[in-house]
Design a binder for this molecule. Sequence first.
Ligand code: NAI
Ligand code: 15L
Length: 265
Amino acid sequence: MKRVLLTGAAGTLGQAMRKALAGWAEELVLSDRVPIETLHSGESFVACDLGDFDSVVELVRGCDGIIHLGGQSIEGTFDSIMNGNLKGTYHIYEAARQLGVKRIFFASSNHVVGFHSREARLDAKSPMRPDSLYGVSKGFGELMAQYYFDKFGVESALVRIGSCLPKPLDRRMLSTWLSEGDLADLIKKVYSVNRLGCTVIYGASNNPWSWWDNRHANFVGWHPKDSSAPFEEEVFEKDAPLADDHPALLFQGGFFATAGHFEDD
Ligand code: NAI
Ligand code: 15L
């Protein structure tokens, strides 16, 4: 890869991927609406609000890949979600089309399917059942990607990330955890496969309690190496179990599914 754009570079995953992808591309163009002061070799920074189309076009110009992590990453008001996730994702795809960028890694979320029962085993063909306005916005992003693939041939990995952090913190994350190393490997695979199409991939490590099946994305050749299993004891000690009849236990999205509607607060 020559010049790859990383949106949301000041965020949790953006910072982790900066480190994990160091040296992978000739230039990693970091972008966020929050400034990044310290740059390392091979990095540049462009401040940009994803809600501003003209700025996004200038940001994307000259890039040959986009890792799109930027936007609202939890539930919020409709306005906060609209700017970063609805307008922002449209702007990224439209700029990619205008400038001929062929492939996008889109950070979708497990909350696109968060209202599925924990008894269900999901694959790429399972229907979306978003558990929040945030989840709805990620579903919108996935549909945007599908449209730009079908009409214009812009390829995407729609990665429904589970819970990506250094280690699983609660019982639910024993199912949903994605290690930062496995995420970085997935990004590299997405950019090395000959044909990607528009492919849904569940972003979880090799967890024994996983709810998700990536068989429709086997051709990508991603084999997550990490597992939540070694953290089981630690998580069980630290995270008290919810009562058996707690509604958050019913749904894959956990508390996203049972939280009240943000606009009512
Ligand atoms: P984060 O909230 O730490 O980072 C998001 C970044 O996007 C922030 O630095 C923020 O300043 C930037 N941003 C927000 N709105 C923007 C706008 N309008 N213009 C420009 N920049 C804007 O989130 P995190 O955890 O790093 O997640 C990265 C992506 O992965 C997000 O899209 C999130 O929805 C998705 N994801 C993350 C998961 C996780 O476990 N961390 C799980 C599922 C999905
Ligand atoms: C997400 O989509 C969020 O961005 C992240 O903050 C976590 O809450 C994660 O899902 C999760 O489900 O654990």
